[in-house]
Design a protein around this ligand. Structure first.
Ligand SMILES: C[S@@+](CC[C@H](N)C(=O)[O-])C[C@H]1O[C@@H](n2cnc3c(N)ncnc32)[C@H](O)[C@@H]1O
Length: 302
């Protein structure tokens, strides 16, 4: 039987995720994501596309002032609330489309996290605009996605070349530049396949949306498989060479998106002007010693 959408996956996924995440979360993704998130004590945290809410509950237990999980799939929220009733952490759960966070007021959160959900959200542009709106100035947006460069859904695959005593791992990728939706099949039982929809977007698309929302990227990580993943997943050792995921942190700069645009454009123009002036002063051409940028970095009086 063929099923469609995240509802069809909710119970199957919850069995695998539990309170600590499935193998790929526990032993590949989460160590990087949690390191970038850092301490949450006292923070107002939004978990966007929270699934069964295991991270929402974790952050509530770690002392977040508020830990709110939102998801568009009611079946996930029922599971998350049931877990919360069984063992209270203080987390709360709300049904919202990430692209229309209508129940959430502007500037409410210190931290928004979207763990492996942004590439499953159809309207990433509006979602990121909404993230920018609900974050306080200098608040952070941390998200993880399938690595757009190496995991282009069904159009990418491992290629392993074996010669005596040595194997070389390649990743073959097609269609990187083309934004496209893809139907992902999940075999949830012997007789059932559930399909969900994901959206491949090249990296500049994400960075452009962040910039429009008044955010700048401050950190990028490419999660390394931990020992358990190397032992238990056939792909684990391959990921030591080529990452399949990306964890990014962006900060909402304390100016409006329009001012950010003006600032970065003016910053770029003025640094180009300064360099050109430095080049003329020193009589040099191109990027040689004595340019404006070298002068700016030197100690006063030297
Ligand atoms: C791969 S799951 C990730 C869940 C969880 N963050 C985790 O890491 O286990 C993607 C989630 O995104 C949710 N989702 C998809 N589109 C959404 C939307 N427009 N708004 C809110 N949630 C959405 C799905 O319901 C699903 O729970």
């Amino acid at each position: 039987m063929v099923k469609e959408g995240w509802s069809a996956l909710a119970a199957w996924r919850d069995v695998r995720m539990g309170e600590d995440g499935d193998l790929w979360h526990r032993a590949i993704l989460d160590p990087s994501l949690l390191a970038v998130v850092g301490k949450v004590r006292g923070l107002h945290v939004l978990d966007l596309g929270c699934g069964n809410g295991y991270l929402t509950r974790r952050w509530a237990s770690e002392g977040a002032a508020e830990s709110l999980g939102v998801d568009a799939t009611e079946a996930n929220l029922r599971i998350a609330r049931r877990r919360e009733t069984r063992r209270r952490s203080g987390a709360r759960f709300l049904r919202q489309d990430a692209a229309h966070l209508t129940s959430l007021e502007s500037g409410r959160f210190d931290l928004v996290v979207a763990h492996m959900s942004l590439m499953d959200i159809r309207d990433a542009k509006n979602t990121i605009l909404e993230v920018g709106r609900v974050l306080r100035p200098s608040g952070r947006f941390v998200f993880s996605i399938s690595h757009p460069c190496f995991d282009v859904d069904l159009r990418s695959k491992w290629v392993v070349e074996r010669v005596p005593y040595r194997a070389t791992v390649y990743r073959s990728v097609a269609g990187y530049r083309e934004e496209h939706p893809v139907r992902i099949p999940w075999k949830i039982s012997e007789s059932e396949v559930a399909y969900t929809r994901s959206y491949h977007r090249p990296l500049p698309t994400y960075v452009g949306y962040l910039r429009s929302a008044g955010m700048v990227v401050t950190r990028l990580e490419e999660p390394m498989p931990q020992a358990e993943a190397i032992r238990k997943s056939e792909q684990g050792p391959f990921m030591l060479e080529i990452p399949l995921h990306l964890v990014a942190e962006a900060m909402r700069v304390p100016v409006s998106p329009e001012a950010l645009g003006r600032l970065t454009r003016r910053g770029l123009r003025s640094s180009v002007r300064t360099r050109a002036a430095g080049d003329r002063r020193s009589g040099s051409r191109g990027r040689t010693r004595g340019t404006g940028s070298v002068r700016r970095g030197s100690r006063p009086g030297s």
